[in-house]
Design a protein around this ligand. Structure first.
Ligand code: GLP
Length: 262
């Protein structure tokens, strides 16, 4: 089972997530970070930038690999995940642009691009810490329910509910892409450490299914139950449907990691 940390609110949950990323970078300045997009991550990147500045922390040795990218959007498209990441994070830190990796949404052969991306992650030494959000239907990356738990980076059709949820990032006259390139579930599971962050009442069902339901393709995030070093950071709203909530809170009061001492 993952370590489950329940924070009072979304700001505190995001701040705890940013702190974990910083701790890793302090101990390993050339770490490989697996990054995620989605509204939930905006606070994390804002905090990361601010705190890294305060600590004078350099990202010059860091490599990053994003989970996914929309197919059909070129890198400069305002809603591409490449543009989103530049705006939210890359433009504000000293990470080397050539060390920031996302699948190319405008590749002429997306299937080939998926293979290239998967191979590149392995060739560059894999991912030290993968950051994840969770979709309303339990997706991680763009691995929608029914995704193989053994999947690798590939093309995925987006669920209608995912397109509807992501509509808010697009202008009214723009169409939301229907397909994406996404790391597979097995790709994600190979990360040495995983942090999943979920906030808000809309995520409560997905969080409960992922943490307390059966491990199943119907909730891709449930695979994290098998990961040896996964931490799930939630706020009270996202934790509201967890049956064992009291127990998790008794182990980690206020979301703090407290270890047993004799
Ligand atoms: C998107 C991304 C996921 C993200 C999810 C939740 O579809 N591909 O990586 O976790 O949505 O996003 P949000 O944080 O906006 O709820």
């Amino acid at each position: 089972m993952a370590t489950i940390l329940i924070h009072h609110d979304a700001v505190s949950a995001a701040s705890a997530t940013a702190k974990r990323l910083l701790d890793l970078l302090v101990s390993k300045p050339d770490a490989s970070l697996g990054l995620a997009t989605g509204g939930t991550m905006e606070q994390v990147y804002a905090q990361l930038i601010e705190r890294a500045r305060g600590m004078n922390l350099s990202f010059a040795g860091v490599k990053s690999f994003n989970l996914d990218e929309y197919i059909g959007l070129n890198a400069d498209h305002p809603q591409s995940y490449r543009t989103t990441m530049s705006k939210l994070l890359f433009d504000h830190i000293d990470i080397k642009p050539e060390n920031t990796h996302l699948p190319r949404g405008d590749a002429s052969d997306p299937a080939e691009e998926a293979k290239r991306y998967e191979a590149m992650i392995a060739e560059l030494g894999g991912i030290d810490l993968q950051l994840l959000g969770i979709g309303l239907n339990g997706h991680i990356g763009f691995n929608e329910p029914s995704s193989s738990l053994g999947s690798r980076t590939r093309i995925k059709k987006l669920a209608r509910s995912t397109m509807a949820a992501n509509r808010r990032f697009f202008k009214p006259d723009e169409t939301v892409p229907t397909h994406a390139l996404t790391m597979g579930i097995a790709t994600i599971m190979q990360a040495r450490k995983i942090i999943l962050l979920a906030t808000g009442a809309s995520k409560a069902d997905a969080v409960a299914k992922a943490l307390e339901g059966p491990v199943s393709t119907s909730c891709p995030a449930s695979i994290l139950q098998f990961h040896p070093d996964a931490t799930v950071i939630v706020d009270e709203d996202a934790a509201s449907k967890l049956e064992l909530r009291d127990f998790y809170e008794s182990i980690h009061p206020g979301g703090e990691e407290v270890y047993f001492v004799k």
